[in-house]
Design a protein around this ligand. Structure first.
Ligand SMILES: *Cc1c(COP(=O)(O)O)cnc(C)c1O
Length: 469
């Protein structure tokens, strides 16, 4: 039977981790691997001087929704390996798709040439993306997909001799990646302020934390809509901002105003795409059809680095011209359209389209909403719980700055066998889309116990930390 099957009768949590014993435990093997790691690896978004002291998990293998470390300890992957894993680890169908492809070819360049499996994937995606008559330009990371989008939007106008549309309308709290172009679209933070002198300027209206964000964006589009190459936004949920959730009708209203202003609409669905929100794409909730759509993270189910920029016919056509001429989009990455990634992505899309996975997202999202409201929302350490689908942010309420509550709570869940990673003082819950009811119960119980660590326990909420079954 498939490891990822949504079968509560055969849960994957074989040996629930030390749920009753939150004491740190660093056996010799893990310690040795951490030392070797710290000697040669530079980890992203990580202060390396503190890395080894923060009890990192050194993964040896995975199984279903669990990571297994070098000492055989199991951790529920509560952040889907930074939001990329959808069905789980070692999904038999995806493993098989990868094996089949490796017997044909691993990679061939997409610059000026094609590859059969990539064409098949593009056809399958074209049939489901919320973009009119799409063409797909593949890359490897979400940032590259957004970078391609912003360059496409810029050259779209240049190719038509329009000189006044050279800037972008973006939102407060936005995150679009770590390259200099995508950092410019983003609102900064995460320790990236040092790059401010490199960032090009954009026009920014408030993010989803401002109840009037849509009115303000509409106002700017009304006044200055003719000056923007594109409106760039994360439809429905601003993920890295700490899971700020917008009303779909507001998103639609802003997109409609951008259309009236003739501005291109770029939807960054790197985080929200492929079922995270309960529909295949967040744009579907908002009843919007962007001109350019950016996808990444879950596209291969978390298996291989792949991203794609999807352009509508109108954008694509503006680049048609003489061979070797100036209309050409002179951009493309070495590994764009990797065949192994394409084979996995194609099988992954097929599995998502069977419907069972999205149904499970809806069921788990509802279950987690009630569990969180019962056990977490009223906790004295918690300021707010935000959620859409299986994108959840639990904002903590530290009494003063500098207490690193986010870090502490996640360390507490890791000790109890649930891997979480915070965004500042927001604890992110992004469980795989195939999470079972028992795993959801365990996730919330463990989070609750880690919150109680902060406040010295709170009997009024007393829920035992069980194994979730
Ligand atoms: C993660 C993310 C990106 C960047 O993707 P990478 O693969 O990390 O480069 C861009 N946009 C959004 C909305 C994201 O969540």
């Amino acid at each position: 039977m498939s490891l990822w099957r949504l079968d509560a009768a055969a849960p994957l949590v074989k040996n629930p981790m030390v749920a009753a014993d939150p004491a740190p435990h660093r056996p010799a093997d893990a310690a040795r691997w951490v030392a070797r790691d710290a000697e040669v690896v530079w980890h992203g978004f990580t202060q390396m001087a503190a890395y080894a002291d923060n009890a990192p998990i050194i993964v040896d293998r995975g199984e279903g929704r669990e990571l297994i470390d070098v000492d055989g300890r199991r951790y529920f992957d509560g952040i889907s390996s930074l939001w990329v894993t959808t069905l789980g680890h070692r999904v038999p169908e995806l493993d098989e798709a990868l094996r089949r492809q490796i017997d044909r070819i691993a990679h061939s360049t997409m610059l000026g040439n094609g590859n059969r499996i990539v064409i098949e994937l593009a056809e399958a995606l074209a049939a489901v993306v919320p973009v009119d008559s799409p063409h797909l330009l593949f890359a490897s990371d979400g940032a590259a997909a957004v970078e391609q989008a912003l360059k496409m939007a810029f050259q779209f106008w240049a190719n038509q001799g329009v000189a006044e549309r050279q800037t972008y309308l973006t939102l407060g709290a936005a995150y679009h990646g770590d390259s200099v172009g995508t950092l410019s679209l983003g609102d900064g933070g995460f320790g990236t302020d040092v790059f401010a002198p490199l960032r090009f300027s954009v026009v920014r209206t408030p993010g989803y934390d401002d109840p009037a964000w849509a009115d303000k964006a509409v106002g700017v589009l009304r006044a200055d809509g003719g000056s923007f190459a594109a409106l760039v936004l994360e439809p429905l949920v601003q993920g890295a901002a700490g899971m700020l959730v917008a009303d779909p009708a507001d998103v639609r209203r802003v997109v409609d105003q951008a259309r009236r202003a003739g501005t291109l609409v770029v939807a960054d669905e790197v985080a929200t795409g492929f079922g995270r929100t309960g529909k295949l794409f967040a744009s579907d909730w908002c009843a919007m059809r962007p001109d350019i759509l950016c996808l990444g993270k879950g596209i291969t189910g978390g298996y291989l680095p792949m991203s794609v920029t999807v352009a509508c016919r109108r954008v694509f056509d503006a680049f048609l011209g003489d061979d070797l001429g100036a209309q050409t989009f002179s951009h493309g990455h070495s590994y764009g359209g990797n065949a192994l990634g394409a084979a996995v992505a194609l099988e992954h899309l097929r599995l998502l389209q069977t419907g069972a996975v999205l149904d499970n997202v809806t069921a788990r999202a509802g279950q987690l909403a009630s569990l969180l409201s019962e056990q977490v929302a009223g906790h004295p350490a918690v300021a707010a719980v935000r959620q859409h689908g299986l994108m959840i942010g639990v904002e903590l309420a530290p009494p003063r700055a500098g207490l690193y509550w986010g870090r502490q709570v996640c360390a507490g869940t890791v000790r109890r066998g649930v891997l979480l990673r915070p965004l500042g003082d927001v604890v992110v819950l992004m469980p795989p889309l195939t999470t079972t009811a028992g795993e959801a119960r365990r996730l919330v119980a463990v989070l609750r116990a880690a919150l109680d660590d902060l406040t010295g326990g709170d009997a009024s909420h007393g829920q035992p930390v069980g194994d979730g079954r």
